[in-house]
Each structure stands twice: as C-alpha cells, then as structure tokens.
Design a protein around this ligand. Sequence first.
Ligand code: SAM
Length: 284
Amino acid sequence: MALTGVVSYLSERAFESIRRMVYQETGIKLSGQKKAMIQSRLMKRLKQVGCPTFEQYVKTVKLNPNERATMFNLLTTNVTKFFRESHHFDFLKEGFLPVFLKNSGQTRPLKVWSAGCSTGQEPYTLALVLNEFFAAMPGRDFRITASDINTDVLKKAAEGLYQWEEVNEIPYGWLKKYFKLGTGTNSGLFKIKDILRKKVNFKYFNLAVPGGNQKDETIYDIIFCRNVFIYFDQETKANVIKMFYNRLTPGGCLFLGHSESLNINDRSIGQWSIQQHTVYRKEV
Ligand SMILES: C[S@@+](CC[C@H](N)C(=O)[O-])C[C@H]1O[C@@H](n2cnc3c(N)ncnc32)[C@H](O)[C@@H]1O
C-alpha cells in the first residue's frame, strides 16, 4: 500500500483521546510529555492500517476492540531483564522461604504470581531460583502464574526464546542447565528448557479492571508486581493493592519495583508490614 498520504502530526485532540482511552482501559497515565513518544510508536501502525491521520486512527480504535488491543500493545513499556533487582531473589531464599517452609506445615505447592511479567524474564528467574531451592526437598513444589496486558509480550514470554544479549548475565552453569541452543530459524537464540517452561502459566490479565477480570480466584503466597505501578496514578494503584491484599495468603509477600512503595499507614489498602526495601508482608 502506498504510504505517502500519511500525515505525521498528532494533534492535541487526538492525543487527548488516546490518553483518555489508555487510562480508562489500562490504568496507564501518560503525561503530557509523552506526546512525541506516542506519535513515534503509533506512526508505523497508522501506515499499516492505512489511516491518513491520527484523528482517523482514533475513530478506528474506538470502533474496533482488536485495534485498541494492538494500540495498547504498542504503548506499554516492557523493559525487563533476568535477575532484575537481584536482592529480591536473595530475600526470597533467605527471608521468605525458610518461614514459608516452617509455617506451611504440609507439602502444598508454593504459589507465585508475576503480575506485569512482560517478556518472561521475571517469572523464569523466579522459576529458576525456586527450582534450585526446592531441588533438595522431595515433595516440595511451586507454580507460577505470569500475566500481562500486552498480548505481544505474552507470546514472546510463552515462546521462551532469547537473544544472547538477554541471557548473558545469567551465571554460565545455570545458562547451560536451563537453556538450550535454538536450531534452524532459531539458531543463535537461547530457549528455556521445559523444566522451567512448564512451571509457568502465562495469561492475559488487566490489573486496571476493578476486582480483576478473571474468574480465577487463586490465593498466592508471593506476588511480584515490579515496575508496573510507576505507570499508574494513586487511585489505580490503591485499587490494585487492595486486590493483591485479597489475593495473598496471610504472611504472603508483595514485591514492588525499586522506585515503588506502599503507604503502610493507610489501612484502607490492607494491613502490611515492611520486610525490606520494596518487600511488603500481608498482616492479619
Ligand atoms: C516495565 S515492565 C516490568 C516487567 C517486570 N515486572 C520487571 O520488573 O522487569 C511493565 C509491564 O507492565 C505491563 N502492564 C502495564 N499496565 C498493565 C495492566 N493494566 N495490567 C497488566 N499489565 C500491565 C506492561 O505491559 C509491561 O509489560
């Protein structure tokens, strides 16, 4: 298709409409300074769908839920890496799991939720750390649910295929143990082995829908929701925290990103205690 007719200018009106839709459906608050970012991320899409102007694209998006999902995919920020904020995994092994083992008594599996999992590095790091931890404990097991609003990143996560640049900080022994070299069209890539892959269940979940939008009411021992709240305003964040509170077992822990925090004095979001910087325990 000829693309020459595309007008590259994002008007204030179209910008406001896009910001409003993104906020209403995803909870992501795009500041006024994000205009250039939105313009550049959506430009290629306008060309692909043959929309000559952003106004036209806004109309299309309003009428078409699939196109809206594509737009959200293009506008979320998905930066992540294996062993990001590694002190969390140290706390998990040294602070959380010994208490869990002592208190859980029976041998039920540990349940973990990675909410806002992006391309999978966070839940696979959790799977690796937990697999190593439980290796010497017959009968002990774990399950990880990993969710995101972005269907493109979920596809990549479920595939579990990574470039060398994405895995090169994983200690060599674990890289060898938990990844295999891709073949054919995947040659040069690193694929997560089934031993970790089968521990993680990826699914779509929009955190911004009040009360959650899935029938699943699983109660978790651990929730990782790191570097997601930075995109939300106070109201959305408070609603999500309340939902997490209801989905955590007493004594369960919530892990946030390095620049995120809970106001534990605000009892309307539940009763929490601080375990270490950015790690919060559900109290009863
Ligand atoms: C910066 S990434 C963080 C990835 C990972 N947790 C980490 O810390 O490395 C933020 C993720 O949150 C997801 N996200 C944003 N809004 C969301 C929502 N309303 N519901 C679910 N996921 C959302 C984005 O799609 C993105 O993949």
